[in-house]
Design a binder for this molecule. Structure first.
Ligand SMILES: [Zn+2]
Ligand SMILES: [Zn+2]
Ligand SMILES: [Zn+2]
Length: 137
């Protein structure tokens, strides 16, 4: 029943838009549960996969292998810089990567090549906090 799921998907889309960075299906489900929406985890997974397939959300794998989602502000193909501590996400263009990927694929006789490149690291405030922790302040 596609009709019945529409409001649930809308609600998941809304919650995703409210999230500050990339979130997992589990954490989005936890947020929705606090709001007593009655939306199950399986429905959250399905809704997120659907949004990603339609280009309404970006999805990526965390270094731990978890699928993460975000409602992206940039249309079309782009890359991300993600703080692995606080989740801050910056959308970036990567012209060098595009050229390198196209050239490398062509060199090996590949066509219709796609790539996923996201950079995980620590943002400035998180780097500074970590340096402070190390200094034992
Ligand atoms: Zn994005
Ligand atoms: Zn950070
Ligand atoms: Zn690219």
């Amino acid at each position: 029943m596609a009709q019945r799921n529409t409001w649930q998907r809308d609600r998941v889309r809304e919650a995703l838009g409210d999230a500050s960075g990339f979130v997992s299906a589990q954490s989005l489900h936890a947020t929705l549960r606090e709001e007593n929406t009655g939306i199950g985890l399986a429905t959250v997974y399905r809704a997120l996969a659907g949004l990603a397939a339609q280009g309404e959300a970006d999805s990526l794998q965390s270094p731990e292998g978890e699928s993460l989602y975000r409602a992206c502000t940039s249309p079309g193909h782009h890359h991300h810089l993600i703080c692995r501590s606080c989740g801050l996400t910056v959308e970036i263009a990567a012209t060098d990567v595009e050229q390198w990927a196209r050239r490398t694929a062509a060199l090996h006789g590949f066509s219709e090549a796609e790539h996923v490149v996201d950079i995980f690291g620590l943002c400035t405030p998180c780097s500074q906090a970590r340096a402070r922790d190390r200094a034992g302040d």
